[in-house]
Design a protein around this ligand. Structure first.
Ligand code: PMP
Length: 353
């Protein structure tokens, strides 16, 4: 029946999400989820939600949610656009800011693997800029690509490497003639968000998520911050697919979550201190670990294939992510879990090495 599919559906190589095997209980360190539960205030909003209101479509303007995001981020509510996970918002960025016959989208060769998928799906040319040998990014090369717009993850994934805010600002200024889409999915663990720059630069879109820093991956909510003229591209694109991408429960829970800054600051600090502990422990086991600004580590053990590390851990009940791709097949990406989960990972590695 394959002939009934469009050429696009047949030909595309979709993004592959992290596995969720059900054959046994795993310590799941493969999709960069937060090990801690969502805020008690989010739970309260969930429990107090008026179930009968589900007969109605969700609030179109998402005023309460956008207001809560705006308050937390220190921007006006008109600067906030919410979507069904930041993946959806990133997807909408491509038809919003790129032309099929334009100069294309520039991004790194080693970065979030959804970007090339979106380009292929929306028929947008790719301008791929190689990272340096040490996996840092020479921003001047991204500028020199001469693309219609740029997509940049900060901190980057899967490397975890962060770029300091002053460098980001200089980069956004230099590229004032093109849109810069900054994917800050892992920014809570770095603390150098470019959101305040959106007031100053009309070419900057910052995309963030409730999935990682707010422990709400299962709710599917993300947001973009940019000047209203740029956000119009996102809403015009969204309204060609789905007018109500964020359900009512999600709007209420996320609005409550983002108001609980103190709770999340405490949990972030725990992740950051576990990140340091895990980095040291992996180095003691012979791993080279890239410096991480995120809630995961990208590590390789010289002499051992990345696939073998992944498989050895999987056999011991610990899931990490391995990418069979050029430049990074020696590495595994390990989510920083709770102290207990990280302990299980280290015990498994000590059995192997
Ligand atoms: N950006 C990056 C770099 C990511 O790793 C992820 C998570 N896979 C996302 C965006 C998307 O996160 P979500 O759709 O859960 O908001």
């Amino acid at each position: 029946m394959k002939e009934l599919l469009s050429r696009k559906a047949r030909g595309i190589s979709p993004y592959v999400a992290g596995e969720q095997p059900s054959d046994r209980q795993y310590v799941k360190l493969n999709t960069n989820e937060n090990p801690y539960p969502p805020s008690p205030k989010a739970l309260e909003a969930y429990q107090n939600f008026d179930f009968s209101s589900l007969k109605l479509y969700p609030p179109l303007e998402m005023r309460a949610l956008r207001g809560a995001v705006a308050a937390a981020e220190g921007v006006p509510a008109e600067y906030v656009f919410c979507g069904n996970g930041s993946d959806e918002i990133l997807a909408l960025c491509f038809p919003a800011y790129f032309d099929g016959d334009g100069a294309g989208a520039a991004f790194a060769d080693v970065t979030y693997s959804f970007y090339p998928v979106f380009c292929d799906f929306f028929g947008i040319p790719k301008k791929i800029v190689p990272l340096e040998k040490d996996f840092t990014l020479d921003l001047s090369k991204l500028t020199a690509a001469g693309a219609q717009g740029i997509v940049l993850a900060n901190p980057n994934a899967p490397t975890g490497i962060g770029i300091p805010l002053p460098e980001i600002e200089a980069f956004v200024r230099e590229n004032s003639g093109r849109v810069v889409i900054l994917d800050e999915a892992y920014m809570p663990f770095y603390g150098q968000s470019a959101v305040p720059l959106t007031k100053k630069y009309g070419n900057l879109v910052v995309v963030k998520t409730f999935s990682k820093g707010y422990s709400l991956a299962g709710m599917r909510c993300g947001y973009a911050v940019a000047q209203p003229a740029l956000l119009e591209g996102l809403s015009r694109s969204r309204d060609c697919f789905n007018s109500y991408p964020v359900d009512s429960v999600c709007q209420a829970v996320c609005a409550a979550a983002i108001g609980d800054a103190a709770y999340y600051a405490e949990k972030r600090a725990l992740v950051v201190s576990e990140r340091a502990r895990l980095t040291e422990a992996l180095r003691a086991l012979g791993f080279e670990v890239l410096p991480s600004a995120a809630n995961f580590l990208f590590a390789k053990r010289p002499g051992t294939a990345g696939r073998a590390v992944y498989e050895g851990l999987r056999a011991r009940g610990v899931l990490v992510r391995h990418f069979q791709k050029p430049r990074i097949s020696d590495f595994v990406r390990i989510t920083v879990g709770s102290a207990e989960e990280n302990g299980a990972l280290l015990r498994a590695l000590r059995e192997m090495f």
